[in-house]
Write a protein that binds this ligand. Structure first.
Ligand code: ADP
Length: 315
């Protein structure tokens, strides 16, 4: 395929698209149990797409490199990107698998349980990446996760690195035996508590433990580590600093925490592209404020704030 665009993008996301099938219920069902929920809706999700859309809503030029099915959900997803001003030239459609889908249950406390069938996402490969290399080269920031083939994510991060494009890697969903090469191609390695726990093999349930985990992850070769801690915000550790900094989040009443981490990473990508010289701790503090807003509303992308919802001081 010939790449038509000569455009330079602020943020390029190589990642997943998922159609979310969301049920809201008083509590999460146990194994073998059927319970009644009070509401069902279909939403747009997938960590890659979520992060891209949060960055786009804040006002940077974004493109998504991904694969969806040649089906209703795939067509719908492409329209969703267009509606959010995300460039879609590099969104591929395949008839070999269905668009990725996620069955999500949210309880009244805002907690969630999720089953993902990655489908077409897993078919994004080397060949497609080679085709989009010109776009990757011209980007300011490239963002990857692990909801697509991990080789594809790794290759994209490597391509970005070779071309001096800043990288954010979000090792989610976490795999225990993550290839050590991922750390070395990550300018910012950003994960949540459970991912940090799985990667380090030590408990990460409070700020102190997160400080220790950040040190451990930094030693593996990334430029900086951010571990998000839900209502407690995050800890940030850069190669320059000797200790991690705890950056608290604003206090909010959670409505639905689905996608909070993606809102945080999308906002972080925005700041890295727009204000590359800003200290990472400052970017993380601002990203906390963006993500905290997303927690105060229902749904995933539906809860992500637009530029107009955010105060000027965040820009
Ligand atoms: P994930 O969605 O990957 O589990 P977290 O739960 O750590 O990620 O949340 C990511 C970010 O979202 C946090 O660092 C914080 O900025 C914000 N956040 C999440 N939950 C809350 C909350 N209850 N109150 C305020 N901010 C929150």
């Amino acid at each position: 395929m010939k790449i038509m665009t000569e455009e330079a993008f602020d943020v390029v996301v190589v990642g997943s698209c998922m159609t979310d099938l969301v049920s809201q219920a008083p509590r999460l069902p146990k194994a073998g149990e059927t319970i009644h929920g009070h509401r069902f809706f279909i939403g747009f999700g997938g960590k890659g797409a979520n992060q891209c859309i949060q960055a786009a809503r804040m006002g940077v030029k974004t493109t998504m490199i991904c694969k969806v099915g040649k089906d209703f959900f795939g067509d719908n997803y492409i329209q969703n990107f267009k509606d959010n001003d995300v460039h879609t030239e590099f969104v591929r459609q395949t008839s070999e698998a269905a668009t990725g889908a996620a069955s999500i249950t949210v309880n009244d406390a805002g907690e969630n349980a999720i089953v993902i069938v990655a489908g077409a996402n897993m078919l994004l490969g080397k060949d497609e990446l080679q085709e989009v290399l010109p776009a990757i080269r011209r980007a300011k920031v490239l963002v990857c996760q692990l909801e697509i083939n991990s080789q594809t994510s790794f290759q994209a991060l490597q391509m970005a690195r070779e071309n001096k494009v800043k990288t954010i890697f979000n090792p989610a969903p976490a795999i225990p035996d993550l290839d050590s090469g991922f750390y070395k191609v990550s300018d910012v390695f950003c994960c949540n508590e459970s991912e940090a726990e799985l990667l380090t093999g030590s408990p990460v349930s409070n700020v102190d433990e997160a400080h220790g985990a950040a040190q451990e992850l930094l030693q593996r070769g990334c430029g900086a580590v951010i571990i998000t801690l839900g209502p407690q915000g995050c800890v940030v550790l850069t190669a320059k600093a000797s200790t991690a900094t705890h950056v608290p989040a604003p206090v909010v009443t959670p409505v639905d925490t689905t996608g909070a981490g993606d809102s945080f990473i999308g906002a972080l990508a925005f700041y890295m592209a727009r204000h590359p010289a800003m200290p990472l701790e400052e970017m993380a503090g601002r990203a906390n404020r963006v993500a905290a807003l997303s927690v105060g509303a229902a749904g995933t992308q539906t809860s992500f704030p637009f530029r107009r919802d955010l105060p000027d001081e965040l820009f």
